[in-house]
Write a protein that binds this ligand. Sequence first.
Ligand SMILES: [Zn+2]
Length: 430
Amino acid sequence: MSKKIVSARDFQKALEVGRPPNIKKLFPDSKALIVSGKAIDRAMIAKGKAIALAANGRNQFVIRGVLQAAQRANAAVIIEIAKSEGGTKSYCAVNFWNMAMLVDTICNELGITIPVAIHADHYGIKNEKDLAAAKIEIPTMFEAGMTSIAIDASHLPDDKNLLTNIAITPFIPKWAGYETEVGEIKGAEGLSTVDEAVFLIQGLNAHNLFPDWIALNNGTTHGIEEKDSGIQVQLTADIHKALEKYKVSGAQHGTSGNSSERLRQIANTTHTTKANVATALQMISWGVQVNDYGNAILDADGNFNKVAGGGVTEEMWAEMVAHAQSKGWKKGDYKNLNLPFENKLLAQSKEIRDRMVKAVKDFAYKMIVEVLNSRDTAPLVVEAILQAGSHNLGPKVKRTENPAEWSEQKIAEKASRLGGNKGPAGKFDD
Ligand SMILES: [Zn+2]
């Protein structure tokens, strides 16, 4: 039985040895336990059938609410932002370069002591030009406090996806959380296959690369889900089963749009330890009603249902809707309101800001405790760190694949025999 409460002495030790070097350098006197993404994954595995909430911090209200929910649930948590949300062409004010600073400050301000990883999600690399840029940009993100990253070269053919992962990993610290992706997240078409996933993970293993997570296209889309078809649980379970000896956990994308029941099935029947939630949290912070699927509820006219007396003020909401309409934005484009409205939202009274945060906190708490089963995982992170005596927990497995079988030429040969179906090309949201 692990202890449910972290003693002050253990917490202090965890701060000293468990915070990665970039975090210690940026925030030398901080009491915020920012850790590698690896530590979060390990805690979920230690508890079993537990998934960490990976909340996309599209605004400060979401970050505040989620951190308080995790504190209340004594749960380890991930705060993340994707390249599309917070990269160089972002639509959010929270970004790759200020998110760690925000999380560290908020933890200290609110006395948050649960462990948090700072994750760069969907770091998309779609061509040689992106790869060259990534070699410069990724180090800047770790200099700014990232402790985990998802390399997403899933738009590329299978061999190029693998080769891109191999080419970029020298630019990611060894201690950091590392997620890889097979199959672009785009719904029911171009689903990931067992063979594709095994190909990617075996090839990485042969090159001494051991991702903590693999993301699949297992049926979800990002953003507002049109249908409730959602995650294909059996496909996910089959792929995770085939990968068992490589001990790679699953990362679930597009979680908004799936019922609590389906997410519980994912927790119970697959090796998923990370669930990304973006759209639902943003909507809730604004005061837009969502259903059990985390999908915004629309009224008879197809408009968002704004909770009276919840979220942003009625005047602010009217301004947001008017802005979206003036741009001709559809419902899925409302995320573009984040950047132009961040300062306007922060300029609302404390009472309004507090109720925005509170709504996120209540939703996130329920999700952590009742759906994702990650309550009381905070002490498991501290335990893992103190046992290792280091911020670097190392890989979960050793190399078992023969590198000679995974030269560039052999990778191309193997990939040509996979014959996967990538599904339709097009612009799918990251
Ligand atoms: Zn995603």
